[in-house]
Design a protein around this ligand. Structure first.
Ligand SMILES: NC(=O)c1ccc[n+]([C@@H]2O[C@H](COP(=O)([O-])OP(=O)(O)OC[C@H]3O[C@@H](n4cnc5c(N)ncnc54)[C@H](OP(=O)(O)O)[C@@H]3O)[C@@H](O)[C@H]2O)c1
Length: 217
């Protein structure tokens, strides 16, 4: 049994990751921005320094084997080059998808290092330079940046025995992915958990799909 910490478990892929990891007998510490009554999730808004600091105190001393940074936003979907992509959307998108992932990792690092654990970041093939199809500049740039962050942290945390990977979850039917998506959250989460399970120091820095497909950076 391992202890998973998963961000954004209140809906979408995060909810399914938490459900399946729990069903497999693991301990799951879930986080969400808003914690409804009766839920034991930890409150975490990854863009709010006070929330991140409180979250760090909440998990103090607990060993975490696997951190999954799942929380993310796609704010510029469908925007056009002439009038879209306002500066405040850039700030928000980068705050959640890049700085927020970094802050989550930084707050969790003592717990992960303690157990020589692993860190999985849910990125996207939309951030791949080799698959640049235009549009969605904020989302694409944020996912390119977070994949780059994972590559660099994989170098810096190698000595601590902490393995990191970036994962493309597929095009998934969630609020973000929409109903025309290729796969459901169940299929995506199942594949992601299998890939994360085999992440090791030998494969640290990997960027791959939920189905094991190698992703170009
Ligand atoms: N769906 C796809 O096709 C697809 C494809 C490629 C990559 N991804 C990536 O997969 C991950 C999950 O996506 P999804 O489809 O499950 O999206 P979703 O259904 O829109 O869920 C997004 C999750 O992120 C949380 N979140 C947003 N901003 C946050 C913040 N500031 N602090 C903490 N949590 C925050 C949301 O919480 P609230 O409910 O409070 O907003 C929600 O739990 C994302 O990183 C996304 O970029 C998805």
């Amino acid at each position: 049994m391992a202890t998973y910490l998963i961000t954004g478990v209140n809906r979408g892929i995060g909810a399914e990751l938490a459900k399946q990891a729990t069903a497999a007998g693991h301990e799951v510490i879930g986080t969400s921005r808003v914690v409804p009554d009766g839920q034991d999730w930890l409150q975490l808004d990854v863009t709010d320094p006070k929330s991140v600091a409180r979250f760090g105190r909440d998990i103090e001393g607990r060993e975490i084997d696997i951190l999954i940074c799942n929380a993310g936003v796609y704010l510029d979907k469908g925007q056009n080059l002439d009038t879209g992509f306002a500066l405040d959307l850039w700030a928000q998108g980068m705050a959640v998808n890049v700085a927020g992932v970094f802050a989550t990792i930084q707050a969790t690092l003592p717990n992960i290092c303690k157990s020589r654990g692993k860190i999985a970041v849910i990125s996207s093939q939309m951030g791949s330079n080799a698959r640049a199809k235009g549009g969605s500049y904020i989302y694409r740039a944020s996912k390119a940046a977070v994949t780059n962050l994972v590559s660099n942290l994989a170098v810096d945390l190698h000595g601590d025995g902490v393995a990191l990977g970036s994962y493309h979850p597929g095009w998934v039917a969630t609020d973000m992915g929409g109903s025309a998506a290729d796969i459901n959250a169940e299929t995506s989460a199942k594949g992601l958990l299998e890939r994360i399970d085999i992440l090791s120091m030998e494969t640290t820095g990997v960027f791959e799909g939920y189905d094991g497909a190698e992703m170009p950076f």
